[in-house]
Every structure is written in C-alpha cells, then in structure tokens.
Design a protein. Sequence first.
Length: 165
Amino acid sequence: MKAWQERPIEEANLLNPAFCCVVLTSSIVGYASDKGYWMPFPLSFMILPLVLHKPTRDLLPLKTTTSFPAWIQKNASARVLFYERVVSLKPYTREALTFGLIHNWLAFQEDGNLQSIKKETDIDKYLRKLNDEAQECVKRSHFLGKWLAKAGSPQTVMTLWGIRP
C-alpha cells in the first residue's frame, strides 16, 4: 500500500480511511439494528467492495425482504471479479477499521464482532456533509448491513459470493 502522500488524488478521496470508516460504521449500525447484535468481523471485508463499486451498488435491491440467494442467482454479474475487489480493497478496509478503532468509532466485542461506538444520528450528521455519490455509498452501506443481517450466517453469505473467511 502506498504512503498517503503518494496516492493519486482520486484514490485518496474515495479510499481515505475516514470516509471508508463512515461507510463501514453505517453498515455495522444497519446490521445491528436488524440482527440485535453486532456485525461478524469477516463480513466487514465485503462492505467496501460491494458499496464502492457503482455497478454492484446500483444492482443492490431496495428492500431487505428481497431474498439474498435469489438475488445473487438473478444478478450473477455482481459476482464477476468480486473476489478480486475484496482482495484489492482489503488493505483499505483494514486501514478504515484501524482508523475507526483509534478514533473511537468502532470496537471489538468479546465474541470478535464489530461494534459501532457511533449512533445512527452521528452517521446522519456526517452524511449531510457529503456529496451525492458519497452520500449514496453511506446510505447503501446501511441498507447492506441490514440486508446481510437477514441473509444468513456469515459463512453462507460469503459462500454465495464465492469467497471464504
């Protein structure tokens, strides 16, 4: 991973740790609001590749009642190069998680799940400061967290996407 000063401006803007942390936090809050417990750590590595990739983000359903396995089958194109996106965004996910842990946005639970220290109102405050596409990423990540909470075990979800913890 390149030093911060050496990153191209587009990369620095889209993949900066603060923004990616907000995206992850929004998803974690969404997950917990539906499931009643915090997001399993391995799922956090799926959030950025799904939300920051506009073609996939645009394919995501609008309602959490949409069956996850049926959606995956119908939208098989979303799985194309997904593994490669997970691998290429893994350092940025780690950087965002580290940022969140250092700045008291995130914490690990005793069971290894990721907890958000920030509330939905905190995320909404940051959301108002973002431009259109960045707002869309944060909003869709919240939805994605809720949807993943309904989709089944982390192993099932990851298997359907063609990856493993």
